[in-house]
Design a protein around this ligand. Structure first.
Ligand code: FAD
Length: 403
């Protein structure tokens, strides 16, 4: 049973982007009681996007990634228990047990446990020199291996795989990207956008293999290469697995929360169990706008869903139904995505891909649902407004003040 004084305490599990925003928004909303953030990693909340971009090659100190310095959290009176995982949640007694045995009571509990790299069901993934990239600790392992590497194989032609390919080409390393589908970024973009990035990477010297299914990672203790399903073999000094992520929802499942690769929440961030909420990458939320459940992996969602949870906890609930947005940096190209293009029935290219500045507008039965903007921040910002207001850029008078 939670003890007196712990009844009002808000505990967040996971000290990432979402939990950080939650704590900030609670204090901005004048929440006066205790806030405790529990984080398995030994670092203050930090931003992950640079891990596959500049941070990888510039190798600054982890502090550079921190969202806020230590004295900020002290000033905000937010307690951080870092370097220790939450091992168990007991919703009946409203307690969290930490891996070091400590038991803490909560009034409200917010799960913000993020994701981890999804496991690839092929032999050899546990060999030395096989990596994934989700956290600072991964960079600390990966970086020395990269420094000694000439040939790098990246498994997965999604955002993270392609961003790392760009960084490594900048360092002059030989990079092969294996993509099982017939084009890169297939899950998230139209063929024209895939073609643009495919060409961009090939022009920078990346060896992109499409339709390339990984069968095994070869080597004894140490990985020496990959074997593909078609029988081809490639030598490699480092292999990076970038094939997506899955939600850290085991803690929630064990506590009896409804989960479906992600903790199921409603539009007010509430889980299926009273006084427990979930936000950020680990949550699966209902989207009225897109007519389905979504699990979003983006800074936008971590921040905005955290704000929505804080509003609920402050007694000012407002339904959360975001226009998701995301960005990716590859070489000198900035891709900005507004909305979700999955399920589109048509798309139009606006601008000229040959000039590396264009947008792809996706519609579902005539309704604008997403826009990929390449090197065009204005198109991206307008797209976010159009999608939110359910207007269309082809209607010149649709957006007030848009010109
Ligand atoms: P996280 O920031 O992942 O934090 C979750 C934290 O919970 C982790 O520190 C984890 O260790 C901790 N945790 C898990 N289980 C427990 C436990 N039991 N006890 C205690 N702590 C626990 N998004 C963009 O919008 N643009 C980008 O360009 C972009 N690039 C990215 C590049 C990389 C390499 C990665 C990995 C992600 C990128 N993202 C990007 C995604 C973005 O970083 C995430 O969406 C965001 O960090 C999600 O925030 P979160 O708080 O939900 O989870």
């Amino acid at each position: 049973m939670s003890r007196a004084g712990e009844k009002e305490r808000i505990v967040a599990i996971g000290a990432g982007q979402a939990a950080a925003q939650l704590a900030i928004s609670l204090r901005q909303g004048k929440f006066a009681d205790e806030i405790l953030v529990i984080g398995a990693e030994p670092y203050l909340p930090y931003q992950r996007p640079p891990l596959s971009k500049k941070f990888l090659t510039e190798r600054p100190q982890p502090e550079k990634l921190f969202l806020r310095p230590e004295n900020f959290w002290r000033g905000l009176n937010v307690d951080m228990a870092l370097g220790v995982a939450a091992a168990r949640v007991d919703p009946r007694n409203k307690t969290v047990t930490l891996a070091d045995g400590r038991e803490l009571g909560y009034g409200k509990l917010v799960l913000a446990t993020g994701t981890r790299a999804s496991a690839l069901p092929v032999p050899g993934t546990a060999l030395e020199n096989v990596f994934s990239l989700r956290a600072i600790a991964d960079v600390h392992r990966l970086r020395p291996a990269l420094d000694a590497a000439e040939r790098v194989v990246i498994v997965g032609g999604g955002y993270i795989g392609l961003e790392v390919a760009a960084v490594l080409r900048g360092e002059g390393r030989a990079v092969t990207v294996l993509e099982a589908e017939d084009r890169v970024l297939k899950r998230v973009t139209a063929p024209a956008v895939s073609d643009f990035f495919d060409t961009l990477h090939r022009e920078h010297g990346v060896d992109i293999r499409l339709g390339a299914r990984l069968a095994a990672i070869t080597g004894d203790a140490r990985a020496t290469g990959v074997a593909l399903a078609d029988g081809k073999e490639l030598a490699a000094d480092v292999i990076l697995l970038a094939t997506g992520a899955r939600a850290n929802d085991e803690l929630a499942q064990a506590a009896g929360l409804a989960c479906q690769d992600g903790i199921l929440v409603d539009e007010f961030t509430s889980s299926s169990v009273p006084d427990i909420y979930a936000i950020g990458d680990c949550a699966r939320l209902p989207s009225r706008r897109y007519g389905r459940l979504l699990r979003l992996e983006s800074v936008q969602n971590a921040v905005d869903q955290a704000k929505a949870a804080a509003a609920v906890l402050l007694g000012e609930p407002a339904a959360y139904d975001p226009v998701p947005w995301f960005w990716s940096d590859q070489y000198d190209v900035k891709l900005q995505i507004a909305g979700l293009s999955a399920g589109h029935t048509s798309y139009d290219i606006v601008g000229d891909p040959a000039e590396a500045r264009f947008s792809t507008e996706y519609r579902s039965d005539g309704r604008l649902i997403a826009v990929d903007a390449i090197n065009d921040a204005r198109a991206h910002m307008l797209a976010r407004r159009h999608i939110a207001q359910e207007t269309d850029p082809t209607d010149a008078f649709a957006l007030e003040g848009a010109a």
